[in-house]
Design a protein around this ligand. Sequence first.
Ligand code: HEM
Length: 468
Amino acid sequence: MWLYSLLPGLDLKAVPFLGNIFNIDTKKPHIYLTKLGDVYGNVFSMSLGRDKMVFVTGYKMVKEALVNQAETFASRPHSPISERVYKGYSGLFMSNGLPWKKLRRFTLSTLRTFGLGKNSMERVICEEIRYLQEEMEKEIGGAFYPAAILNNAVSNIICQMVFGKRFDYGDHKFQTMLKYLNEAIRIEGSPWGRLYEAFPMLMEHLPGSHNTMFNQYKILGEFIQEDVERHKQNLDPSNPRDYIDTFLIEMENPQHSKEDVFQETNLVMCCLDLFLAGTETTSTTLLWALIFLIKHPEIQGKVQAEIDRVIGQSRQPNMSDRPNMPYTDAVIHETQRMGNIVPLNGPRMASKDTTLGGYFIPKGTALMAVLTSVLFDKTEWETPHTFNPGHFLDQDGKLKGREAFLPFSAGKRMCLGEGLARMELFLFFTSLFQKFSFSAQDGLELSMEGTVGATLTPLPFKICVKAR
Ligand code: HEM
């Protein structure tokens, strides 16, 4: 029986047919939804077009949904955008049930084979850092936009694992891929994306940015398909070079039926997911790190003092330095907390009837566990809105874990790339501040405002860099 009405639906003026879709502050939906949680309680619902979505806020209720009821909320809801982009397949991010389990297991084990959690991955990242440092050196003496080169450098790590190669920062195809990726993610989280999710049949016939997004995803898919073709030409089944090779080999496994997830179109979609998830996230976190440390030069100075004491200037940082650098580690954690780069989390769906916070949630209901409300939960953090590495340090200055630190989400669908991202963040961050000092242009204040798409990205900003 449909007891959904027991859930507090918001007393907001809903537009007939569109529901609450335009009530959501499009510039800061994550802040708006967090505030609604404060007013209406930690579980509430809204109509977004035809469908209702349940929003969950605050650390305790998010944990209840994603961890205590992990199995119930392990699925993703139907998404018309994904359906069109993934061409009837579901890639990795939007897949459900057995196909998702198979792909997640396969992807994790393949990423491990190609270095995840191993020294070989560390070497790949350190090599990329040397290219990045060379690029940064060219900018000494002037002001520059750091976003593009950080994006290039970070993307090359996932490219090595998926495509088996890195791209030169001047490579035209690579630049186009990154540009389309950034724009498509932004449009997906914009009102155009939201309208398409709510009214796909109608929006398909209307002009608007959603058409640009679909075109960009299509071109990205075509780029990847070209690479898959190249892999097929010189595939050696006994010697896979990367994710694409391993997937192609798995496709030939006689145990899989024709309907199995291991199909070429799905390979392209999984590569798109990994490229997307592995590029934008870590590089955006590094951009926030630059902003926070430029705004807090005293913290930048303390990080550099720890780097000089533990690593010095004559060698590159490595992962075995991390346990000896609690202050730097705490600053990276605090950057992830305040940077809040996946502010709304990935969408989830109840795979069976359940109750949450005393409210009945029927099977098939879409749910959003708002990560912003966890990373800024005032019952969990001493100074939620102030950049404070002390959140992650105990009285002796040692690194302290915090339960409400969930930038990678929690439960069964939590980020598959957490290990890789944490390694990248530590090595990129320490290497940058080892070799350089960063500041704003004279007389200019950096903005803490961001643009919300699928990720929360700082507004474009220029900075100055000095060699140390
Ligand atoms: C700072 C960096 C990163 C952050 C903050 C981050 C955060 C997240 C979040 C919040 C989700 C949604 C989880 C959910 O629905 O509960 C997610 C999913 C995912 N992430 Fe990340 N991520 C990062 C880096 C990466 C990297 C480097 C990869 C590359 C391997 C990656 C691959 C994925 C994949 C494949 C999923 C979907 C998992 C699934 O549906 O089973 N992420 N990430």
